[in-house]
Design a protein around this ligand. Sequence first.
Ligand code: NAP
Length: 222
Amino acid sequence: MRVALLGGTGDIGEGIALRLARDTDHEVVIGSRDAEKAERRAGEYVELLGERGHDVAIEGYSNSEATATSDVVVASVPPEYAVGTVETVADDLDDGDVLVCPATQMDRDGDGFHYDPPAEGSVAEAVAAAAPDGVPVVGAFQNVAAGALTNLGNDLAADVILTGDSADAKATVGDIVEAIDGLRALDAGGLANSPEVEAITPLLINLAMNNDGMHDLGVRFQ
Ligand SMILES: NC(=O)c1ccc[n+]([C@@H]2O[C@H](COP(=O)([O-])OP(=O)(O)OC[C@H]3O[C@@H](n4cnc5c(N)ncnc54)[C@H](OP(=O)(O)O)[C@@H]3O)[C@@H](O)[C@H]2O)c1
């Protein structure tokens, strides 16, 4: 599979790109609003992995070009820009492509972080409303901290919860997730169940903020 990370120049995009390139045979493409930035960041990721003895290829393009040439597209941009970003690449998505939404929308007050979903119920559902017909959306990666992925010395042991209305799309994303060492994909049902998954993220951050020695928390169900 060819996997595009829109906004893959940022934190979670970097983490997913590094792990995919290091652990799997999937082709990894970094997308950005600025193609030169994508190319530069892709080069940095290749260099970083090269220093650790991994000879990999990662390409960088505009979000639009990255989408047009990929099978699976991860909208790894801040939640408030997820819908807008999907709208800008809608014409580049083909029937059968899979769109992945890792976003969680939160606000913060004196007590900590709180889930603050959009009117559609969750970011994943808002993205699905903006996606072209024939392009299923899968919620995934919301509960994996970027730092846990980018720290390549960290042995992962985490679950990635999937939501989506297309069993085939969830299977595609699940296969990609499980190709990354230490990640297990779990099916949490339809896209309408995304709020429950997205709402775990502020809990993880609040736990990290209030407990010494805890950072970059994830979930593992057993
Ligand atoms: N950080 C985490 O630990 C983590 C974990 C799980 C899930 N997530 C989710 O992953 C998503 C990305 O998080 P992040 O921490 O990686 O974000 P980030 O580093 O702040 O931003 C990611 C990329 O988004 C692009 N971007 C910024 N402003 C934009 C705009 N106005 N319109 C379109 N694109 C814009 C930028 O790429 P270009 O400038 O190159 O276009 C940026 O590098 C969020 O929805 C978040 O909820 C994050």
